[in-house]
Design a protein around this ligand. Structure first.
Ligand code: ZN
Length: 184
């Protein structure tokens, strides 16, 4: 496994629509996508992110990994089991939305307030090409919407409606106390 370099805002790869992955050969041993998945998991963990999309490591494919492990510093934070999503599509958005703070490994020092659907349903294939469905709410729903946006060339800034609610990390921690951000 290797830790990959994360593409930052301004890199055109982050603004491209990612291509679907060919499922037929996905489950074969030594398929190159399997190596990419392992490297993306290593990179997400190394960078302390809760999600990572392939365009963020300069690969324009429809692939997302997410995980939120138990953290002693934030014992109340929700956990998400390690999940690999190939060609994910959001098939349902709840009408009800909620505001939450987000960060992004590609915009590493910024935090912004974003409105997202509280619940989503995502259809995807797992790393072996098995068709799967995930119904998510809250924290996990935010991570999914954030990551799947990356597959369509969007970052959280594009979803903000009030840019006065954008801050550098240090100022966020000073002036927006007791707020937690989802970093994906
Ligand atoms: Zn991101």
């Amino acid at each position: 496994m290797a830790v990959l370099q994360v593409a930052r805002l301004g890199n055109p790869i982050l603004r491209q629509v990612a291509k679907p992955i060919v499922l037929k050969t996905l489950g074969e041993p030594d398929n190159e996508i399997q190596h990419l998945i392992d490297d993306m998991i290593a990179t997400m963990r190394e960078q302390d992110g809760v999600g990572l999309a392939a365009p963020q490591v300069s690969i324009s494919l429809q692939l997302v990994v997410m995980e939120s492990a138990f953290n002693e510093r934030y014992p109340e934070a929700p956990t998400i089991p390690l999940t690999v999503l190939v060609n994910p599509v959001i098939t349902r958005y709840s009408k009800e939305q909620a505001l939450g703070w987000e960060g992004c490994l590609s915009l590493n020092d910024l935090r912004g307030l974003v409105s997202r659907s509280k619940e989503v349903t995502v259809e995807y294939f797992d790393r072996n090409g098995k068709e799967s469905t995930l119904e998510a709410e809250g924290f996990q729903a935010v991570v999914l919407q954030h990551e799947i946006d990356h597959l369509h060339g969007k970052v959280f800034l594009d979803r903000m409606t009030d840019l006065s609610q954008l801050a550098y990390l240090e100022e966020f921690e000073t002036y927006f106390v007791n707020q937690e951000a989802v970093e994906a």
